[in-house]
Structures are given as structure tokens and as C-alpha cells.
Write a protein of this length. Sequence first.
Length: 60
Amino acid sequence: MEYSKNEKQLFKEAGIYVEDKAYTKEEREKLKIKLIDYIMNHSSKDINKLNKKFSDILYN
């Protein structure tokens, strides 16, 4: 499955660069882990905002 333009932009904001390609389930899980690490490295105040912002990626 390939990420949408919007999803790619969200990853980019987190400093995670995704390619224009179809990702396997395992590759998608690795990217989700990187995104979770990015979110968890912020203050607790920001975690809820970031979780909402990236929810489509995290929970799909």
C-alpha cells in the first residue's frame, strides 16, 4: 500500500521520509514505530496533539 500525499507530508513533519512506493505490512509497522517514537519524545502536553494529528497513520 502506498501512502497518500497528505500522509507523506505528515511523516515529513516528523522527520521521517517515505518513498513513492508500495509498502509491505512489515515496512508500514516499522514506520509507525518511528512515528510513535517521535511523538513520545515530546512533552506530555504535546503528545495528545501529535497523537490526534497522526491518528490516521497510527490507527490504519
